[in-house]
Design a protein around this ligand. Structure first.
Ligand code: FMN
Length: 190
């Protein structure tokens, strides 16, 4: 193989990898891992906006869009939030945290509203991953949700749903697993 052919083959391989990573939704879903260690690299506002945009376009019952967000980059506020959870080290090491609330004044059915916010959060996690940004959904902090409202001084109608820590991932192997379909489907026939 001459050097021209070699470059061509390598380019095709790289394109193939990019296509697999960025365009196949099932690939993105399966590849995404919770990231709990971030590098010092900042997350620019363009990228952050794209992630929020994915959340904004989640489906919701009656299209009521009950999600609300607070963006936390400030070290002192991050530290105050970090004190409310045993996963505080993640909040502190992430350059950006999206604090996700449900606006109870926009709510029409609590279960459906919470499900919609789950979809909103997952949209953001997947979009982050597709952009090379690491993220993790933090729920343990809900045990101190009233304190979080106080720290962020948000309306009393806003109820904490999750914190999403975001940043560029420290490179390392991250593994996870899932139950097989046959354990999840009643009368499995596929
Ligand atoms: C509702 C919810 C709450 C979670 N809370 C936390 C948390 O407080 N701390 C944490 O480190 N990870 C938390 N996670 C991340 C899970 O541990 C993680 O998604 C799961 O272990 C599967 O790993 P994977 O995301 O890499 O596939 C939470 C995930 C969900 C969906």
């Amino acid at each position: 193989m001459n050097s021209y052919d070699l470059v061509k083959v390598l380019s095709l391989k790289i394109i193939d990898k990019i296509m697999k990573t960025n365009t196949n939704i099932l690939g993105i879903i399966k590849e995404r891992r919770s990231v709990r260690e971030f590098t010092d690299r900042d997350l620019d506002n363009e990228t952050l906006k794209e992630i929020l945009e994915a959340g904004r376009w989640a489906p919701s019952g009656l299209n009521n869009q009950p999600w609300r967000f607070v963006i936390v980059k400030n070290d002192k506020i991050k530290n105050n939030l970090a004190e409310q959870t045993s996963y505080g080290y993640i909040i502190n090491s992430a350059p950006v945290n999206i604090i996700v609330f449900m606006d109870k004044s926009a709510s029409y059915d609590k279960i459906k509203d919470i499900l919609s916010i789950g979809a909103c959060i997952q949209n953001m996690l997947l979009t982050a991953h597709s952009l090379g940004v690491g993220s993790v959904w933090l729920g343990e902090i809900l045990k101190n949700k009233d304190k979080v409202n106080e720290i962020l001084n948000v309306p009393t109608d806003w109820e904490l749903m999750a914190v999403i820590a975001l940043g560029y991932p420290v490179k390392k192997k991250r593994k996870s697993n899932r139950k097989p379909l046959r354990e999840l489907i009643y009368n499995y026939e596929i």
